[in-house]
Structures are given as C-alpha cells and as structure tokens.
Ligand binder design. Structure first.
Ligand SMILES: [Zn+2]
Length: 276
C-alpha cells in the first residue's frame, strides 16, 4: 500500500512537472521542457540572429518599435499582476529589434525576444498597426506556445515520457533549433496551431487596448495583410490558420470586449493611429 502510494506520488509529480499553466486561459498545457531550460536557448539564438542580420538603429521607425514593444510589455505585466500572475515575467528579457529585410514578418521567441522586419511596416501602416502585431506576438510568448510546440516535438521523439527531469540541456537545444530554425533561418520555424493563433489574436487585442492603442485597427491591419498576401504561403505572422476572413470577423467581434477590459486599467480613450 505504501509502495503504491509512492508510485502515485511519483507519477503525479512527473505529470505536474510536465505541465504549466497558461495564464491567458488558466488551462494546463504541455511543458516537458521548462522555461528555465528554453529561455537560454532562445536568448542565444536571438543574439545569433541579431549578429547575422542588419539591425536598424536610431531611426524613427526603430524607436517606434521600441516604444510600442515597451508599452505592450507594460500592459502585459499589468494584466498578469491584476489576474493573480505576479512574478510571471521574472525570467523574461524583453527586447524589440527592427531588421532591415523586405520580408513581411515579425516574431517573438520565448522569453520576450521580438523581431520586426522592415517589410511588414508598410502593411502595419501606422503605430497602431504595429501595436496589433506586437500584441499578437507577445501573446504567443506569454502563453508559452513555443514551449508547447517544443513539448510536442519531445513527445514525437519519445523524450518526454519521464517528465522534464531527465531532459538534458543539449536535447533542449536540439529541439529548440528544430522548432525555431537556426540563426538567420528563423523563417523556417514551425507554424503555430490554429488554436494558438486564435488565442494570440484575441489576447493581442486586449494587450494593445490596455497599452492605449485602438483595437479596432487590428481588423483593418488584417484586411491589408489579406490584400498583400496574394494567396502566397505565409510566414508565421501571416499564418493561413485561421483564414484571413475568419480572422478579420473574429477581431471585429472581439474588439468591444478588449476595450471594456482596457477600461478596467484606466484606458478610456485611444491614441491617434500614429502614421509614419
Ligand atoms: Zn501568430
């Protein structure tokens, strides 16, 4: 009996260690690898990416990316603190960089490492459009979508079955590299699932609204994305799942709730769109 209890305890512990709580939904998610294991890989890959790409510094555009990123990060922290997740961001190291590259893309690695490509700016069209993209990317990071994607990769390789205790740092690096691509090849990162995209669209609206950016602009941004994509297979931000039309109607439907949520944080009016 005592032996049985021990087994149950060990199994429960293993399961507990293999899960994390998604603060955006309150649901348990797969986490065969912990953020403390993932973040160092993410930070190293991010630095490698920056060293191999043409970073824009000291321009009004690069300063705008920094400004929007900081405001969205502050909004995230305020929302997390108000919802019982104090300390959630303690290992995050926010960074927002603009890369001179005509690719239409933006992404956020685990731990808050963000890149915008200059190619996405004409579609963002204004600072509020940038905030919509930033909110979406930050939502992916907060919800640990990368961690879940990596955990799924572990499962596929049969590495996750004993919980995260046995996973070596080297394995983490390998899985990270497979999940995110290596160095300048970040465009090769695996797509997020449809549910992850939907979750990030929805929470991204809340983040931009709390930060003082009108969430109505997100649907307008996606109309421009749709017009631009011309039916081509898209990178992460332009993921075809859900379809552009579903995305646009969802964003329109959710915008009033995002505004109501922002009111709780004292945001009663929004900035001008902020053309650039
Ligand atoms: Zn996404």
């Amino acid at each position: 009996m005592k032996y049985k209890n021990t087994i149950v305890t060990v199994l429960t512990l293993a399961l507990f260690l293999s899960c994390a709580t998604n603060p955006l939904t309150g649901n348990k998610t797969l986490a065969f690898v912990s953020n403390s294991q993932i973040f160092p890989s993410a930070f190293a890959q991010y630095d490698k990416f920056l060293s191999e790409n043409n970073i824009v510094n000291g321009t009004s555009d690069s300063e705008m990316i920094q400004r929007v990123g900081q405001r969205i990060a502050v909004a995230a922290e305020r929302w997390l603190n108000a919802n019982g997740h104090e300390g959630y961001l303690k290992d995050y190291q926010w960074e927002y960089n603009l890369v001179n590259d005509k690719t239409v893309n933006a992404w956020c690695m685990p731990g808050g490492k963000i890149v915008f490509y200059t190619g996405i700016l004409p579609i963002a069209q204004n600072e509020t459009g940038v905030a919509a993209i930033m909110g979406h990317e930050v939502a992916h990071a907060l919800a640990n979508h990368g961690q879940q994607r990596m955990s799924a990769a572990y499962l596929q390789q049969g590495l996750g079955v004993v919980g995260n205790i046995a996973i070596k740092d080297e394995q983490t690096r390998n899985i990270f590299n497979q999940s995110y691509g290596v160095g300048s090849n970040v465009l090769g990162m695996l797509p997020f699932s449809r549910s992850h995209e939907t979750q990030s669209d929805k929470f991204g609206l809340t983040l931009m609204a709390i930060a003082g950016y009108n969430p109505d602009e997100a649907a307008e941004l996606w109309k421009r994305m749709k017009a631009n994509s011309g039916g081509q297979a898209p990178p992460e931000f332009l993921s075809t799942h859900p379809s552009n039309d579903t995305r646009i109607s969802n964003l329109q439907e959710w915008s009033p709730a995002a505004k109501a949520e922002a009111k709780k944080f004292g945001t009663n009016s929004f900035r001008p769109l902020g053309a650039f």
